[in-house]
Design a protein around this ligand. Structure first.
Ligand code: AMP
Length: 278
């Protein structure tokens, strides 16, 4: 498995594979690799001959009071996991390789970036859309794979790739969960044992809301009940728990097709997000 540090070497390697008739999948990450990330690599290797993972903790998607400095970083461990999953190469650029002195350009996807994660984390999706645009243009893969765990992010990236005419298929991969339902996340490492016991209540509340809507409940009432449930279970804050149309992100006011429940909730300093199709 090659470890690539420059965009020139990345583009040359991907182009060499494609010239030889092989297709290439890209799976961008911020490191602290877990089974959720590795499931993207495995899907990449099912859909393409080669899979390139990327590790880059993108400073532009963190707010001033967020965890950029303390975000878990362990390159050796991450590389070993990618190697064991069968990755062909891992791209690990320095911040200076990504944002050279004098860097000035940003990519913003309007409207769908402004609700939920975008409302509670100003600038987050501009940071994500900018770095993912750069990673896709630097590598020019055939497909790029993102987790449904970050469903709004997946939608923002699909829209960005469509609007910028990037000739790359964007593929979503299902959320990988612990046995108790907690979605795998690098930030779960911040949970202490007591918080770890409380954390699966988020997924339970989302399932209950989804079942209630199935049984005929008003989606606004079901979402409000889920907010109460997570606070009763010991969460410190329900940042948002909404039932929305999964394409437009319009809040659901009645029973409808195509609904999804989206949640962000805080346990101490740890901010968990999750979502579920209804
Ligand atoms: P991150 O390193 O957290 O930025 O995540 C990198 C990619 O892995 C994103 O496309 C995420 O949506 C995806 N991902 C993170 N956690 C999971 C999970 N539990 N299941 C599936 N994909 C995930």
């Amino acid at each position: 498995m090659d470890v690539i540090r420059t965009k020139a070497a990345l583009r040359a390697q991907v182009a060499a594979w494609q010239r030889g008739g092989e297709t290439v999948a890209l799976t961008p990450t911020m490191g602290a690799i877990h089974e959720g990330h590795l499931s993207l690599v495995r899907l990449g290797l099912e859909r393409a001959e080669r899979c390139v993972a990327t590790i880059f903790v993108n400073p532009r998607q963190f707010g001033p009071n967020e965890d950029f400095e303390t975000y878990p970083r362990d390159e050796e461990r991450d590389l070993a996991k990618f190697r064991s999953a069968g990755c062909d190469a891992v791209y690990v650029p320095d911040p200076g390789e990504m944002y050279a002195a004098g860097y000035k350009t940003e990519v913003t996807v309007h409207e769908i970036s402004e609700v939920m994660e975008g409302a509670s984390r100003p600038g987050f999706f501009t940071g994500v859309a900018t770095v993912v645009s750069k990673l896709l243009i630097q590598s020019l893969p055939d497909i790029a794979i993102f987790g449904e765990k970050d469903f709004q992010q997946l939608t923002v990236i699909r829209t960005m790739a469509r609007d910028l005419d990037l000739p790359i298929e964007i593929l979503g991969a299902p959320t990988v969960r612990e046995a108790d339902g907690l979605a795998l996340s690098s930030r779960n490492a911040y949970l202490d044992p007591k918080q770890r016991d409380i954390a699966p209540a988020l997924h339970r509340a989302m399932i209950a809301a989804s079942e209630a809507v199935h049984a005929g409940a008003d989606p606004r009432v079901a979402a409000a009940k889920a907010r109460e449930d997570v606070l009763a279970a010991g969460f410190d804050e329900a940042i948002y728990i909404d039932i929305r149309d999964q394409d437009s992100f319009a809040l659901a006011e009645t029973q409808a097709e195509n609904l999804r429940i989206f949640a962000a909730a805080r346990l101490g300093d740890c901010r968990l997000i999750d979502n579920l199709g209804i």
